[in-house]
Design a protein around this ligand. Structure first.
Ligand code: SF4
Length: 404
């Protein structure tokens, strides 16, 4: 089975010292067992400062230790030019897999079946993916363009659940490419696809009828037909307070807190009351909605994230679907940041006002999340409480209302 990549993946090259971002700043860098042992046994003085490493209390092969970041959030191995001194002295193969791969993401369906994408947390990856015309054309082995159907599950691993999942993934992916369908409706249809997946796995002969019915019924409707700016500003207040109350041990998270504080000031505290803030918000939202480029940018963002998390459709792992909700949640926060820029900029907006917020949120959305034991993500309880204020019974509805 082939390697599947979007076109922009193969065009990526790290900006190195020209990059305004240090990719690892503010992160927890895990070190796999082999690398950990290599560093620990090295005679090089750079590795002798063992305080840089913490061995995990219950180490596994892939998560054996972490590199302890300095107080300012920077990796202790960065040199004066913010380049990695391990890579400089020993080459890429000496790095832990986390450092070696970022911003590359890989879903491995079998030994030779991979889906490779890039994380939007890297500014160069975000620029390439979100602003290049045919960035999300899909290629097999970097050569054959996949025009109609993308096979993601290898033949030997096929079962009724993932056969249907692969078809649903393809339906979603092609809807996302259709500029005439509102994005909110596509996300809504995708959620209904996933709700029907178990039934469709039993009644595969009904697949075309059921999916066509869902598309025909749900694409034309007006999903959010009321002014929900009140929810959005209330949610902004909640996430700002949440991030503001976290204790940070690095500058990168502090910077993100500062970004959210500015957004909160520009959209809420600057105004005498919530009603005035709502009027301003709706005015800025209108300008955002008229900005043509936003359609392509968000469509490409969702295509990239759906491809990067294709296991939403194929795995039966509990809570895997949270990845879908987290993608919408992150897009909603990015959009709030863009709207605050419009509000603060006399109604002006440019591409950077969309791309940069998406990159910043991709880099920091971990602040809002926690891990389950099976390494699936979930929302932090406080964030979940805040989402429950929008729709108490349905996280998907809450994140969709926020994004709309
Ligand atoms: S953020 Fe991206 S471009 Fe910048 S140094 Fe890291 S990988 Fe390179």
């Amino acid at each position: 089975m082939p390697e599947i990549t979007p076109k922009y993946y193969n065009e990526f090259s790290c900006l190195g010292e020209k990059c305004e971002e240090t990719c690892c700043q503010g992160w927890v860098i895990s070190v796999d067992k082999n690398t950990f042992e290599k560093y620990e046994s090295s005679k090089d003085v750079m590795f002798k400062k063992n305080s840089y490493f913490n061995k995990m209390p219950e180490p596994t092969d892939s998560f054996h230790g972490i590199i302890k970041m300095k107080k300012d959030g920077f990796c202790p191995f960065l040199n004066g030019k913010n380049l990695c001194s391990i890579q400089k002295s020993y080459g890429e193969n000496y790095l832990s897999s986390t450092c070696k791969t970022f911003p590359r993401r890989n879903i491995k369906y079998s030994n030779n079946q991979n889906i490779r994408t890039l994380s939007m947390a890297c500014p160069e990856a975000a620029r390439l993916c979100l602003t290049t015309d045919d960035a999300m054309k899909i290629f097999e082995d970097n050569y054959y363009e996949k025009k109609n159907y993308i096979e993601i599950v290898p033949k030997q691993s096929r079962d009724s659940h993932n056969i249907v999942g692969e078809k649903l993934f393809n339906k979603t992916f092609s809807l996302l490419k259709d500029n005439n369908i509102p994005l909110t409706n596509i996300l809504f249809v995708t959620e209904q696809f996933l709700n029907e997946q178990a039934n469709l796995a039993i009644h595969q002969d009904k697949f075309e009828n059921v999916t066509k019915h869902l598309v025909d019924e749900l694409i034309p409707i007006n999903i959010v037909n009321f002014d929900n700016s009140f929810f959005k500003l209330g949610f902004l207040e909640d996430i700002f307070c949440f991030v503001n109350n976290l204790t940070y041990d690095n500058k990168s998270n502090e910077k993100f807190k500062f970004i959210l504080k500015n957004v909160y000031d520009d959209l809420v505290t600057k105004f005498k009351n919530f009603d005035d803030a709502t009027v301003n918000f709706n005015r800025s939202l209108k300008i955002f909605n008229k900005f043509e480029e936003k359609n392509q940018i968000y469509r490409k963002l969702f295509q990239n994230e759906i491809l990067s998390h294709a296991q939403i459709f194929t795995n039966t792992t509990p809570f895997c679907r949270n990845r879908f909700y987290i993608t919408i949640f992150s897009a909603a926060i990015s959009k709030l940041i863009s709207i605050s820029r419009i509000s603060n900029n006399d109604g002006m907006i440019n591409l950077e006002d969309l791309i940069e917020p998406i990159q910043k949120v991709a880099k920091h959305h971990g602040l809002f999340l926690e891990f389950y034991k099976n390494m699936e993500y979930k929302f932090n309880d406080k964030i979940l409480n805040s989402l429950n204020k929008i729709d108490r019974n349905n996280v998907f509805n809450s994140v969709l209302f926020l994004f709309h």
